[in-house]
Design a protein around this ligand. Structure first.
Ligand SMILES: [Mg+2]
Length: 258
């Protein structure tokens, strides 16, 4: 083994879509049913299950074809809208437009430092691989945001059949990175990114979130408070405010706490 590589989470680390799934559903309703009166907060409670990453223990090779993945997610979104008192027929008609709206590149943005972070590690001889619990079209989003220049591979859970923190997705990412001798994970989710990588033997840097962020703590309690994820804090050895700060730490070889 030789070489060095960084595994990067995408959503919340390199790029973001404001409002995420609930925000996109409201955008859809704004277009299809002006005056509908629903807010993202109205829909959020119904979005806490039903996505592949909510069952991260379970491989899902049957969803690895993009249309199959969107059909599965579409059933969840249908359930969300009908739970919000929209008729099943109306919801199904609206959701026929969801995929295009969700993937509309104009609704996504890269963080201001993301391209510079990737360029910095690449310039220092590190490979960059994105590994994300995301839609099948993540490669297109990365390219659309202009982040692909210094990215060697994109591993998205929708195509590979595993969700972080499942160890298999980190094995795939490690292979995509050329099985390097030195490997780091950078991400904004302390369990899916940092503890997941840590259990796969990959040290991680938590970025863009505080380890005691109440939103994350609630999410962790919902999605990870079982089995051997209870000790997730043990893996959060290093934090950095931004992706570029993490890149600086990695390239300089001065990661605090290690
Ligand atoms: Mg993330």
């Amino acid at each position: 083994m030789s070489g060095r590589a960084v595994l990067w989470d995408f959503d919340g680390t390199l790029g973001t879509r404001p409002g995420h799934w609930s925000g996109c559903l409201v955008e859809l309703l704004d277009i299809r049913q002006p005056g509908h009166g629903l807010t993202p907060d109205d829909l959020m409670p119904f979005l806490r299950s039903g996505f592949p990453w909510h069952e991260h223990d379970r491989p899902h090779p049957e969803l690895s074809e993009p249309d199959a993945w969107w059909r599965y997610v579409g059933q969840t979104l249908l359930s969300v809208l009908t739970s919000a008192k929209i008729s099943a027929d109306q919801a199904a008609a609206d959701l026929a437009h969801f995929r295009d709206l969700y993937l509309d590149i104009t609704r996504w943005s890269a963080f201001p430092d993301s391209a510079a972070a990737l360029a910095q590690t690449a310039a220092a001889g590190w490979r960059n691989v994105i590994v994300s619990n995301h839609a099948p079209e993540l490669t297109d989003l990365v390219r659309g945001l202009g982040l692909d220049a210094h990215v060697d591979a994109v591993i998205t859970s929708a195509r590979c059949g595993y969700e972080k923190p499942h160890p298999a997705i980190f094995d795939l990412a490690r292979r995509a990175a050329g099985d390097p001798e030195t490997l780091w994970m950078v991400g904004d989710n302390p369990v899916a990114d940092i503890a997941g990588a840590g259990k796969a033997g990959i040290p991680g840097i938590l970025v863009r979130t505080a380890i005691d962020n109440p939103v994350f703590l609630a999410m962790i309690e919902r999605n990870f408070a079982h089995g051997d994820w209870r000790d997730w804090r043990a893996y959060c050895a290093a934090t950095a405010p931004t992706a570029q700060d993490a890149a600086r730490l990695i390239v300089s070889g001065t990661v605090p706490g290690r």
